[in-house]
Design a protein around this ligand. Structure first.
Ligand code: DAH
Length: 336
């Protein structure tokens, strides 16, 4: 019996050392101290031993069992440290994932930049409607139904006789009907035209309308305001020139050019070697427009102007295709 116990001791020592997994450890436990385990069986046989031996053998076997069980425990702890799987697959040592922060669309940025300049000059930003009537898009703006100038502002009609405005000038009579002078407003927003889409045309684009009305507003006010604006937007060196033009709702009317900010007027690809960039239309409010708004004839004077947002943004940033603004291409948009 003593021999057997000694043999168990040696076996156990060696086997425990070689255990490499929880499963192996469990089989080892069953082999020795399970119901039919080697130590369990041997303990059962104690009763058949002569009395003198029983006590010592029993004691030794129980010590062996206790030591074995303790060794199992230690091994289990050791295994759990070396082979324990992480609770999740998440690696806490990796750098964090930062959220991508979006930003405003370049058209919105341009609207905000231009609006901020006019707000500093005392203008208020107002909103207009995109669905309008013929009155505000045409007739009230001195564009008679049968006049050829109407072609320039052709647009889409709805089945019930309304239309998508083709110019932000619609805001002029709307605002004058709702307020009395003095007023100075700008109105940014979308306009629509049945143009074939190409690098310079889109069926939808953005404009900003400006309108200032008071008892005495002169053409030099228009010049001063627009020159200040252009210097703010294109740079302090910018020169401005007025070219006579025709718009039905202003008299006199002008087209306004700014000296090319790239070549300072010498001529380059941005300005098609002209030295000048055409940037807006403007003029003194035509008395017919005041009449349409219900203002007493010749009581007030006003100035008005309108410019294209896409064009302003394209010129400043060297963008050659208007379609880029509307394609949701992040490679393009992320540059702004
Ligand atoms: N509405 C014109 C257009 O879409 C731009 C314009 C020209 C607006 C002259 C004005 C103006 O207020 O006085 O082409």
């Amino acid at each position: 019996m003593q021999e057997k116990i000694k043999q168990f001791k040696n076996e156990i020592k060696e086997k425990i050392e070689n255990v490499g997994s929880g499963d192996m450890l469990e089989s080892l436990r069953i082999e020795y101290v399970g119901k039919k385990g080697k130590i369990t069986e041997t303990l059962r046989q104690i009763g058949s031993l002569p009395i003198e031996e029983r006590k010592t053998v029993g004691k030794e076997l129980n010590i062996l069992k206790k030591n074995f069980e303790e060794a199992l425990k230690d091994k289990k702890a050791e295994l759990s440290v070396t082979t324990k799987k992480p609770a999740t697959d998440f690696d806490y040592t990796l750098p964090g994932l930062s959220k991508r922060i979006g930003h405003l669309h370049p058209i919105t940025q341009t609207i905000q930049e231009i609006s901020a300049i006019f707000v500093r000059l005392g203008f208020e930003v107002v909103a207009g409607r995109e669905i309008e009537t013929e009155k505000y898009n045409f007739t009230a703006l001195n564009i008679p139904l049968d006049h050829s100038s109407r072609d320039a502002f052709d647009t889409y009609y709805t089945n019930d006789g309304n239309l998508l405005r083709s110019q932000t000038s619609t805001v002029q009579v709307r605002i004058m009907e709702s307020r009395k002078p003095p007023l100075s407003i700008i109105a940014p927003g979308k306009v629509y035209r049945p143009d074939t889409v190409d690098a310079n045309h889109s069926f939808m684009f953005h404009q900003i309308e400006g309108l200032m009305v008071d008892r005495s507003i002169s053409f030099s006010d228009l010049k001063g305001i627009l020159h200040l604006f252009l210097k703010e937007y294109f740079g302090a060196q910018s020169k401005m020139r007025f070219r006579p033009h025709f718009f039905p709702f202003t008299e006199p009317s002008v087209e306004v050019d700014v000296s090319c900010f790239k070549c300072k007027g010498k001529g380059c690809s941005t300005c098609s070697h002209q030295g000048w960039l055409e940037v807006l239309g403007a003029g003194s409010v035509d008395p017919h427009v005041f009449e349409a708004a219900g203002y007493t004839a010749h009581k007030y004077q006003g100035l008005a102007f309108g410019l294209g947002i896409e064009r302003m943004c394209m010129l400043k940033n060297g963008i050659h295709d208007i379609r880029l603004f509307f394609e949701n291409n992040l490679k393009f948009l992320n540059q702004f």
